[in-house]
Each structure stands twice: as C-alpha cells, then as structure tokens.
Design a protein around this ligand. Sequence first.
Ligand code: ZN
Length: 392
Amino acid sequence: MSALHRRSGNILQHRNGDKKDMTEKKRAILIGIAVLLLAFAVGWMVYSQSYKKVSISQKDNTTIEETKNEEENKAEKETVEAASISDKESKGKKLQAPKNLLVMYSEEGAVISWKKVKGADGYIVFRKGKDGQLKQLVQVEINTYTDKTVKEQTAYRYRVCAVINSSEGMVRGKMTKGVAYFHAQIDPDKPMVALTFDDGPSIYTPEILKTLKKYHARATFFIVGERVSSYASTIKQASKQGCEIGSHSYSHANLGLAGTAAIKKELNKTEKKVKDVLGFHTPVMRPPYGSIGDDLRKLVGKPMILWSIDTLDWKTRNAKSTEKKIMSTVKDGDIILMHDLYSQSRDAAKKVIPKLIKKGYQLVTVSEMAQYKGFVMKAGKAYTDMKNGKKK
Ligand code: ZN
C-alpha cells in the first residue's frame, strides 16, 4: 500500500512544482484527484485482498458443501480404503458389498435385510435421515435388523457394509451400492400404486408436489437431465417430501436405438446433474418411449421402469379422460404413466390423488412399492408393474 501512496504523492509534487501560479481552486481540484487516486489505490488493494480472501473461502465452502453432499461417498471411500487395507491384512480375504438390500414394514418398525457376505463377522447399518446425513445406526452379527426408531411421515435411506475382525481391529467391507428406502407410513397389506410423471420437471410440477404433500402421498418423477438445472429447487422439494427422482435420459433420446457412446453420454450426464442437486444418484430409470435394446440393458446399471396404465395424457391433453382412464382400470401394484409437462396432466393429478386415496390406495414411489411387494429389482431388467412379487 505504501508504494502506491508514495507514487500518487510524487505525481502531486511534480505537478505542484510545474505550475506555481496555480489558483487555490485548481490546487484544491488536484488535491481532490490525488485523494481520489489514493482512495482508489487503497480501495483496489482492499478489493484485491478481499477478492483473494473471497476466492479462498469460496474454495473452502465448496469443499465443505461437497463433503456434506457426498457424505455417503465419504463413508464409501472410507470403507473402500478400509477394504484395501483388509485385503492386505487378511491375504486376499475380500469383503463384498452386501447384495439384495431390502426394507420391509412391520409393526415394530423398518425391517432391513440383505444377503450374507462370505467371510463377514458382522454388519454395520447406516441410515440417512431427514437432514441428509448418513450415520452409523448399529452393528449387528446377523443379516437383518429392525429399526424401531423410525418416525411417521419420514423417509429414510439405508446402506449396509460387512465387517471382519482382524488382529488390528475391525475392518469394514464395501458399502451396498444402492440405498433402501423406507417410509414409515405404509401398510404392505393394503393396496398401493405408483404414480409416475415423465419428461419434467416443469412449471406444473410444484402444484403436483403440493397436492401429493397435502395427502401424504408420494410419486416418482422420471426427469429429463437437460431440465435439471432450471428446476433444481423443484427436484430438491420433491426429494425432500419423499418422492423419487428417476432418470429419463438427458435429452429424451431413444436409447433403444442409440449406440453405446450415446447411451453412456445420455445416462452419465443426467446422473451428474441429479447428483449435483441431490447428492445421490437416481435409483431407477425409465427409457424414453419405453424403448429398450441390448446395449441399454447392459449399460443402464439400474432397474428400468415401464408402466401398466398408460393414461395417454400427452395425446388427449384432457384431464377428464386421464382421470377416467386411471379410476376405471386401477389395481393394486399398478405403475401409472403421466407427464408433468402439461396443465391438463396437473389438473388430472389434482383430482386423481385424493380419489385414489379415498378408494383405499396408498400412493408410493416405484422403489417403495417394489420393497413392500417383495420385488428385488435388478439392474438392466424392466418392470411394468408390481403385481406378482413374493411377499415376505
Ligand atoms: Zn418421456
């Protein structure tokens, strides 16, 4: 700061020396300019300093936020690290991620179960609650646990990893790839259906969400990746109230006909967008036009969800006809296809949600319905309804 101060002082002296006949007014103007220059210089220094500070703190914030958003990733990294240590320690004894993670309802709470992992001495169950943080819930010796602390009207996500006791203490294995959802309100013995909305989000989505919330109902939104940034808050709100966000490709491409490079691009770009907003990946995918080919089956990496009731809402653009189609054909385990891209579909949703509930249907997400109906959905497989699952 002092170097700049001196320089502006020199300019003032130099000019004063040249023009000795300067009037008081001119001198005052020059002094004013000098003061301004000085103020600017000081201001610039402060600005540039605080700018540096800002950029540093921005970096810090980003790191903190990333850590928050990727809490589960962090836990995953830890377990992966732990697993690699355990590999050395136990001479190739690898602890795989538990498979077939499932949550079922019971009167006592959420019953979480998974397939036994070879060589495991026990398991750690993690739960992600309302605050989005993944926390260790319990360590158990068998491959099931009943979480009795679940509260009504709250959605939970669970993950599990296996553990072994080595000479140097406990070592964790890999975390389950997916998460298991549980909503503490569903009675699996009562009928349920999954409303699904494609091609959004749009300006009509928030009203559908409001109606769902009003009736403690949930739905699955198969979003188009290129719309995510414009509707980030809508997607957050949907997830917050227990709705499920599924992938519907990035640009609504026909992935059944696309090549592997295009499929990967369409899927990965959407996943990145959703992860940035929600902090986790989409658990399910709906191929645009219901179009599935062998390449998509191989690359999709998650269950593909089709439908059992096609409302044709996009074609008729008639709320009454959509409502009639649903109410006259609906059965337990149906997956209902709608589009939250049209005002008429929003109008239909507002009518149909209370009507279905009045008829005794529980409105759940696709993943919830699969769990409650005893479906173990597999990556690369397509599902049109949840009518013939094995109830536990
Ligand atoms: Zn679509």
